[in-house]
Design a protein around this ligand. Sequence first.
Ligand code: NAD
Length: 490
Amino acid sequence: MPEQLRNYINGRWEYSSANEYLPVINPATVQTMAEVPLSPGKEVDAAVEVGQTAFTDWRRTPPTERAQYLFRLKTLLDAHKLELARLITNECGKTLAESIGELQRGIENVETACGIPTLMQGYNNEDIARGIDEHMLRQPLGVVAGVTPFNFPGMIPLWFLPYAVATGNCFLLKPSEKTPMTMQRMFDLIDEAGFPSGVVQLVNGSKETVDAILDHPKVRAVSFVGSTAVARYIYGRAAANGKRAQCQGGAKNPVVVMPDADLEMTTRIMADSAFGCAGQRCLAASVAVTVSTVGDAFVESLAEAAASRKVGYGLDDGVQMGPVISRQSKERIERLIGVGQEEGATLVVDGRGRRVEGYEDGTFVFPTVLDHVPPHGEIAQTEIFGPVLSVMRTDTLEQAIELVNDRSYGNMACIFTNDGASARQFRYEVNAGNIGINIGVAAPMAFFPFSGWNDSFFGDLHGQGRHGVEFYTQTKIVIERWYQTWSRQF
Ligand code: NAD
């Protein structure tokens, strides 16, 4: 029998009373590794009540003391990095090196949040009028929640959790039901770090569980990462219920390749961006827009890189790309490649229908390159979320920027060039929130906001860094005047 995953409520592991469980499947071996409960709303309600009670003491705990729990967590995460990385690879499919990299980026958020005594400072002025002073203080909100996607099960919860608790809130996590095992283990480490009961909690589940979070009056803020349709829904429902919300959505990231770019470096970085994590990164390059004469040479060298990428089980040596998350996902991606062909694109490298020896049932899609993709078709606009790169050709940088801006998402846009003026024009004019210049995955470090725009983000304050601190705190203004007549008598 596969292990039944539990919820972590009030400092204890508890089995859910759920009627329904879903299998957690290793996408390479298709083995069922565990079963995840679809927890009913009442289990969210219980956790929120516990969090609200814990909040009374936690918000009074000095930030320097709160940071000590995060220092301990960082040490534990470092010590267990390999074990956690293996879990990520097994439930999510990416290679071990990718899983280690993911955890590293997550841990950097814990490190950043350790600076909370400084990050949380307010500001003040003496004598806004004679003898009157004004202060701005930051106070925590109460119980806040995070709802996260399957593709970075170790990192994305850490975009939120460290800042939420460092600022004095109690945090409730609902991880992806497709990849819940990494957090199951990480919460053991959270437990070991010694956070007081109720400060950090975990409830597994899916839509019903999330809706209970969105509707609970004591949940003050919701942080979400996932597809655009769900991000839009969560933003609307959370806002209608008077909550703060920051909702990061899907993406379709364009990358412009200029004729003066270093072709060898560009190909290597682009192949990593488009096919790394099997294309299941919200910052994956999915459209390459070539300018002028570079098109043929770029497609040729990228096709070579795509065809030679070693695909397999992420724990095996030398594997450069793992499977996609599920059978449904594989079928959807392969269907979309077909749509691209029907729309007139040239299929340069076809990753459909391929098998990996020893893992014949694994949900692998091999790297795929489509050339001459029509800019307004389905394939050009739809987030494929698989290892598929669509190439479009243009004559000028201006045309390329127009193509880049002609899309509803705005998570990332990149340019490869050796010309400073082209790079500047690109970063100035492009309608996206994370920009890469000779960078293939422009993922902001923990101390910068993860700045998606347009349909890639609903809200105003993004995840990570100072934005995270602002999101999880409310400002209080104090204006004070003291009369001195009484004290002078002593
Ligand atoms: P998803 O939207 O299917 O699920 C995300 C979370 O929402 C899960 O926890 C899931 O249980 C919950 N959920 C799903 N449907 C729901 C519903 N109807 N009501 C309430 N909750 C619901 O996303 P996914 O497939 O897990 O992740 C892939 C998506 O996430 C891609 O679109 C990718 O671009 C996006 N993503 C975005 C970023 C970013 O920073 N913008 C980062 C990573 C992933």
